[in-house]
Design a protein around this ligand. Structure first.
Ligand SMILES: *[C@@H]1O[C@H](CO)[C@@H](O)[C@H](O)[C@H]1NC(C)=O
Ligand SMILES: *[C@@H]1O[C@H](CO)[C@@H](O)[C@H](O)[C@H]1NC(C)=O
Ligand SMILES: *[C@@H]1O[C@H](CO)[C@@H](O)[C@H](O)[C@H]1NC(C)=O
Ligand SMILES: *[C@@H]1O[C@H](CO)[C@@H](O)[C@H](O)[C@H]1NC(C)=O
Ligand SMILES: *[C@@H]1O[C@H](CO)[C@@H](O)[C@H](O)[C@H]1NC(C)=O
Ligand SMILES: *[C@@H]1O[C@H](CO)[C@@H](O)[C@H](O)[C@H]1NC(C)=O
Ligand SMILES: *[C@@H]1O[C@H](CO)[C@@H](O)[C@H](O)[C@H]1NC(C)=O
Length: 689
């Protein structure tokens, strides 16, 4: 018999190096050291590892047990209208099915879990693995957009800026695609920009758009998931960025080619051609020389994959825990934040398998207007040429420094007013959330002090009160968190009337409910923890609600939803969604949540509360995985007893995009201001119907 310790060491080693028969020649060695490879080459490497039963059982157990902390498991079995067709996923049933199923490789196993979670269409809830997700990012140089013609008809087009983006981002690699084009198109990629797309793989383009909407996840609304297919923009911390959309950028190397039938600009004849996808090593991927180093560097648990006991003074890892970003940071749809701020201030942010883009919006599409002095990071302020309309372009609710961010939002809005702005456009296109208290703050300072902004400028929330969560609270009440560092410490939270919970109290008394015929338990209703703010709010609102418009492509989530929903439903601020299909209802936001978190944070709570050996506690991940969950769920505004998550958020205005306005923020703002604000006059001729 092998001694237990040795057996464990061997088992561990087997998962590290892979005690598998690596195919000869080693498909990972073939692509090692290359930046660009063919999707099938990347796939051959990634899919060359059989699924170790130990890994399979480990991932399923961690994920299944962590779900006890995700607020929405039972709600997601069947969402109410208007999302009854969009959300109907039983994650525990998925995991039961997956545990019974055989997989040709570990990659196939991962894809099944990944996609099952994606089907909740909840941007907070997901299972990601650095071994596979964006290990290679797979591109086409042809991003697509949905344009509306003067007669109101809509067509998918290759983005007018497609070549400009691709030639700048892919530099010399663009030649690969130039050479791949057939016949007289060879070398003529530029001529394809703006072309009308008649067929994708021989079918009407919306077949591909809707197939993608079925797997892309992150937003409850079908319309928003359609919009994810198309290219768009947002403000990043260092400038204007371009999101290529799901057609031209994919997190997995699963597609080799696409066949397009197009009609070029100013041409009545059509072209049909096939163009290959290409995969580029992801920005968080570790280089490797062969299968063993690929696995070792990318696929096994790292220092921050799992949590730590924060009071373990002998553990250097525990002491350094807050000094570097959490393992989920790469997948969070926000710019990087200071780890210190991330620990201090609750966050509500979505995650995705592709990190936030760092591709530049082509210069000719970036605002030529000067950004105001007080602009900071993802918050850029502009005054439009009418001198009446101010714009806050807000790419995220997170920025490097929480304190500076809140300060600059107030100073920037005041600067807009001082410049004469009476109207305000807040452009939150592709804003995936961030700091909860920044969302509350922005609502409060635009609107002023009112019952709807003080003390609660966001949504009341509830946490799930499972057995293990209750034990963490008991451990804290018994003195288990003297430094008040745990998320379950009552010191962090207030009750439904916004009074602080008593310190060291056993506050997580379960309120039992039945959801979709399943018994569930939640905390008491929790109030807000943002006010008093650390910055001084002005005594009066800065803009009248009727003079404010919130603009996005629908992809506004998490803290962005908290802001938009309270502005729309409580203050009557109008919302605009750009670029959507005109026969699909457009929602101005999605994935509301209340507060998001991850497995490693929950694991830290468990380890610190000395509960890691409890039978309900998830074990450590053996793989380089992360799991995101919704940890607090916001109550609704129209129906205050039900979560806001599955209540509708229909946009007031659907704004079609044209060749002139698409991905051109200033043109979009000017056209919207001209249409929606009285007296906003611009020199340009409005092209929209
Ligand atoms: C997941 O956990 C539940 C308990 O919450 C248990 O009943 C179920 O069997 C587990 N599923 C799997 C696939 O392990
Ligand atoms: C198409 O024709 C219009 C009108 O003649 C012209 O202004 C435009 O530049 C042409 N576009 C391209 C891409 O050739
Ligand atoms: C229009 O497209 C056809 C088919 O690709 C091509 O042969 C022709 O040269 C194009 N005409 C112009 C004016 O670009
Ligand atoms: C990865 O790249 C670094 C820096 O280029 C190099 O020093 C290292 O040897 C490489 N490692 C592998 C496994 O290829
Ligand atoms: C806006 O203000 C600038 C600078 O004061 C001025 O030059 C311009 O004419 C004004 N535009 C309008 C439309 O009033
Ligand atoms: C919240 O706490 C305060 C102070 O302890 C108490 O007076 C109030 O009744 C509590 N509110 C609720 C809803 O429990
Ligand atoms: C679990 O861990 C705690 C503290 O580490 C220990 O006191 C307790 O005996 C353990 N319980 C079991 C069932 O192993």
């Amino acid at each position: 018999m092998i001694p237990r310790l040795l057996w464990e060491t061997l088992a561990c080693w087997a998962t590290v190096a892979g005690a598998y028969t690596i195919p000869f020649p080693d498909p990972c060695e073939i692509i090692a050291g290359k930046l660009w490879v063919l999707p099938r080459e990347a796939r051959a490497c990634m899919a060359s590892f059989p699924l170790d039963p130990l890994i399979k059982a480990n991932v399923i157990e961690v994920v299944n047990k962590t779900l006890a902390f995700h607020t929405s498991v039972n709600y997601q079995i069947q969402a109410p209208p208007p999302f009854e067709k969009d959300v109907h996923e039983d994650l525990h049933a998925d995991l039961a099915r997956i545990s019974q199923q055989d997989y040709p490789s570990e990659f196939d196993f991962h894809l099944d879990i990944y996609r099952s979670f994606k089907r909740t269409n909840d941007g907070h809830c997901g299972v990601y693995n650095y071994c596979y997700d964006s290990l290679y990012v797979t591109y086409l140089p042809l991003s697509l957009v949905l344009l509306t013609a003067p007669d109101g008809s809509q067509n998918v087009h290759i983005a007018p800026e497609a070549f400009s983006v691709a030639s700048n981002e892919f530099k010399e690699e663009i030649d690969f695609w130039q050479e791949s084009l057939p016949g007289e198109l060879k070398g003529g990629l530029e001529q394809l920009s703006g072309a009308k797309v008649l067929l994708i793989n021989g079918e009407e383009p919306f077949i591909a758009v809707n197939n993608n909407a079925g797997i892309t996840g992150a937003y409850q609304s079908f319309g928003t998931r359609q919009n994810s297919f198309f290219a768009s923009y947002h403000v990043g911390p260092d400038g204007w960025q371009y999101s290529m959309g799901n057609f031209a950028l994919q997190a997995h190397p699963l597609t080799d080619f696409v066949e397009l039938t197009i009609q070029r600009v100013n041409n009545t004849s059509t072209d049909t051609f096939t163009i290959p996808y290409r995969s580029r090593l992801g920005s968080a991927s570790k280089n490797f020389t062969d299968a063993a180093s690929y696995r070792e560097r990318n696929c096994v648990a790292k220092a921050k994959t799992n949590g730590v006991d924060l009071y373990d003074r002998f553990n250097i890892g525990a002491q350094a825990y807050h000094e570097s970003p959490p393992s989920i940071a790469f997948f969070q749809q926000q710019p990087s934040v200071s780890p210190e701020d991330a620990r201090k201030h609750p966050m509500n942010v979505i995650i995705d398998a592709s990190p936030l883009t760092d591709i530049n919006l082509p210069e000719h599409l970036q605002p030529a207007l000067p950004a105001l002095e007080q602009s900071y990071s993802v918050a850029q302020f502009y005054v439009l040429k009418d001198n009446r309309t101010g714009v806050l372009a807000l790419g995220s609710f997170s920025a490097k420094s929480f304190d500076t961010f809140g300060e600059s939002l107030l100073a920037g809005l005041q600067e807009l007013k001082a410049a004469g702005a009476k109207n305000l456009i807040v452009d939150v296109t592709n804003n995936g959330g961030g700091y909860i208290c920044i969302a509350h703050w922005l609502h409060r300072i635009i609107i002023g002090p009112k019952a709807s902004t003080e003390p609660q400028a966001g949504l009341d929330t509830q946490m799930r009160a499972g057995r293990l969560a209750r034990l963490i609270v008991k451990a804290i009440a018994a003195g288990g968190d003297p430094d008040e560092v745990l998320s379950y410490n009552p010191i962090q939270w207030t009750n439904a009337t916004h009074h602080p919970l008593p310190p060291a109290s056993d506050w997580l008394k379960p309120v039992d409910v039945i959801i979709n015929r399943h018994k569930d338990s939640f905390s008491q209703r929790l109030g807000q923890e943002c006010q008093p703010f650390i910055w001084d709010p002005p005594d009066h609102g800065l803009f009248a609600p009727e003079n404010v418009l919130i603009v996005s492509n629908g992809r506004c989530a998490s803290s962005c939803s908290l802001f938009s929903i309270t502005m729309s439903k409580l203050e009557g601020v109008r919302t605009v969604v750009t670029g959507g299909s005109n026969d699909t209802p457009q929602e101005y936001c999605g994935t509301v949540g209340g507060q998001s978190t991850s497995f490693s944070t929950i694991d830290t709570e468990l380890k610190t509360a000395q509960l890691k050996n409890h039978t309900l506690a998830p074990p450590d991940f053996l793989t380089n995985s992360v799991q995101g969950i919704t940890w607090r769920l916001g109550f609704g505004i129209n129906d205050p007893e039900a979560p806001e998550e599955w209540q509708g958020h229909p946009a007031d205005i659907n704004f079609p995009l044209t060749t002139e306005t698409v991905n051109n923020p200033v043109k979009i703002w000017e056209t919207i201001a001209h249409q929606e604000f009285k007296g906003a006059e611009f020199e340009f001729r409005v092209q929209n119907p």
